[in-house]
Design a protein around this ligand. Structure first.
Ligand SMILES: Cc1cc2nc3c(=O)[nH]c(=O)nc-3n(C[C@H](O)[C@H](O)[C@H](O)COP(=O)(O)OP(=O)(O)OC[C@H]3O[C@@H](n4cnc5c(N)ncnc54)[C@H](O)[C@@H]3O)c2cc1C
Length: 373
C-alpha cells in the first residue's frame, strides 16, 4: 500500500489537505456524525477514516432490531442503574430511531414494523403486574407511548416455540436490513460530499497549534476537529468506563417456519428474528463474559453450542435446520448503558459505548457529537 508521502499532488490535495472534520470509524455512529456535521456545515471538508475495507465492528454485523428496551432488561437495569439515567438512555434511543427514519426512510433500511416479544422461560418468573404497569405508565408519561408492553402468551404456541411460559409484546419495535442501512448511509455520505479512506487505521493523534495531527498506518494527516467513533475499540481513551463485548450470531439456511417478528429472552442476552425463510439467533455472551471481553473476531464454541441447542429445542423444535453462516461482532459496554458523548480536549471529541442498541441510539449520538463543535 502506498504511503501518504508517495501520493500524487492530486490525491494529496483531494483527500489529505484542508480537512475540517475527520471522523475515525465508518460505523453507524461515524457516518451519522458525518451527516449531522454536514447538515450544520454544508461547505466544510469531512473525511471518515476506517481501518477495515468494510466497517469492521458492530454496525454491519448486528441482528437488525430497532429495539429500545425489553421489559425484563429495563427492570433488570432498574436494579443496577439510577432510574433517571435509564429513562434518559431510553429517550436517546427513541430520539435516535426517529432521526434515523427521517434521514433514510423506512425503505432505506427495509424497516418492518413487526413488533417484538420478550419471552420468559419456564425457569423464570413472569413479570409481575405492578412492574409492567410502572413501565407502561412511565412510557406514556415521558414519551406519549401507550401500552408499550402487554402480555401475549398465545403467540408462544402460534410461533411453535417450546420452553417458554410467558411473552410480552411491544408493538413499537421492529426489524431492519442491517446491510442495507449501512449501504444507504454510505450512499448518503457520498451524495453529500463526505469522503472515505478505507483500510486506514488511526494509531494516535495529538493537538498541534490548534490543529489535530493524526498518525495512521499510511502516514500523517491533520484536521481542525477529530471525532472518535470507534465504539468497542476505544478502550485506550476510556479505560475504566467501557470494555469491548463480543457477540456471536448464527443464521439458518432457508427453511419452512411460522415465525414473524423480533424476540428477546433472558434480559436481552438472547435475541432472534426471522429474515425471510431464515432464522437469525444471537447472544449468549453471559455464558462466557470473560471470553467475550475482546476485540478479536472469533467464534466461541461454548456459545455456538448453546445457540444451536436453543434453536433446536426452543425456537425450532422438531423443525430440521442447518446453519448457513456464523459470525461475531464487537460491541462496547460499561457499568452504565448511557453512551459516552464527550470532548477529550478542545479539538477531539468522542461518541462511544453504544451497548446493544446502537441501531436506535446511533443517530442521536451522531447528532449530539456534531453539536460539540
Ligand atoms: C452481533 C451483534 C448484534 C447486535 N444487534 C443489535 C440490534 O439488533 N439492534 C441494535 O440496536 N444494536 C445491535 N447491536 C449493537 C450495534 O450494532 C452497535 O451498538 C452499533 O453498531 C455501534 O455502532 P458504532 O458506529 O458505534 O460502532 P462500530 O460499528 O463498531 O464502528 C466502529 C468502527 O470504527 C472502526 N475503527 C476502530 N478503531 C479504528 C482505528 N483505530 N482507526 C480506524 N478505524 C477504526 C471499526 O473498524 C469500526 O468500523 C449488535 C451488535 C452486535 C455485535
Amino acid at each position: 500500500m502506498l504511503r501518504f508521502e508517495q501520493l500524487s499532488f492530486w490525491e494529496h490535495q483531494q483527500y489529505l489537505e484542508q480537512n475540517t472534520f475527520v471522523i475515525v470509524g465508518a460505523g453507524l455512529v461515524g457516518m451519522s456524525t458525518a451527516l449531522s456535521l454536514r447538515e450544520r456545515f454544508p461547505k466544510e471538508k469531512i473525511t471518515i477514516l476506517e481501518k477495515g475495507y468494510l466497517p469492521t465492528g458492530a454496525s454491519t454485523k448486528n441482528a437488525g432490531f430497532t429495539c429500545f428496551g425489553s421489559p425484563t432488561e429495563l427492570l433488570d437495569d432498574l436494579q443496577l442503574i439510577p432510574e433517571q439515567t435509564i429513562w434518559e438512555t431510553v429517550a436517546l434511543r427513541l430520539e435516535g430511531l426517529q432521526l434515523l427514519k427521517e434521514r433514510i426512510g423506512d425503505k432505506g433500511m427495509n424497516y418492518r414494523n413487526c413488533g417484538s416479544w420478550d419471552l420468559i422461560s419456564e425457569a423464570e418468573n413472569p413479570i409481575d403486574a405492578a412492574s409492567l404497569d410502572y413501565l407502561n405508565l412511565e412510557f406514556e408519561k415521558r414519551f406519549g407511548l401507550c401500552e408499550v408492553y402487554r402480555q401475549d402468551n398465545q403467540r408462544i404456541g402460534k410461533f411453535g416455540f417450546k420452553g417458554y411460559r410467558a411473552a410480552y409484546f411491544n408493538p413499537y419495535e421492529g426489524s431492519i436490513d442491517t446491510g442495507l442501512l449501512i449501504h444507504t448511509l454510505y450512499q448518503k455520505c457520498i451524495a453529500t460530499d463526505i469522503r472515505f479512506l478505507f483500510a486506514t487505521e488511526v494509531f494516535s493523534f495529538e493537538n498541534n497549534h490548534g490543529n489535530v495531527q493524526i498518525q495512521t498506518n499510511h502516514g500523517d494527516l491533520s484536521c481542525a476537529e477529530l471525532f472518535l467513533c470507534t465504539n468497542g475499540f476505544a478502550q485506550t481513551y476510556f479505560q475504566n468506563e467501557m470494555k469491548p463485548a463480543r457477540a456471536q450470531v448464527l443464521i439458518t439456511k432457508p427453511l419452512v417456519h411460522q415465525i414473524n417478528g423480533t424476540f428477546h429472552s433472558e434480559r436481552g442476552y438472547y435475541y432472534f428474528r426471522d429474515i425471510g425463510d431464515r432464522i437469525l439467533l444471537g447472544g449468549g455472551r453471559h455464558l462466557d463474559f470473560n471470553g467475550e471481553t475482546t476485540t478479536k473476531f472469533e467464534s466461541n464454541k461454548l456459545i455456538y453450542e448453546a445457540l444451536f441447542k436453543k434453536l433446536s429445542s426452543e425456537i425450532l423444535p422438531g423443525v430440521p435446520f442447518e446453519i448457513e453462516r456464523a459470525w461475531s461482532g464487537i460491541m462496547c459496554v460499561g457499568a452504565e448503558k448511557k453512551p459516552i458523548i464527550r470532548s477529550l480536549n478542545k479539538n477531539v471529541h468522542a461518541g462511544v459505548r453504544m451497548g446493544g442498541m446502537g441501531v436506535a441510539i446511533g443517530s442521536a449520538v451522531g447528532a449530539a457529537l456534531s453539536k460539540l463543535v
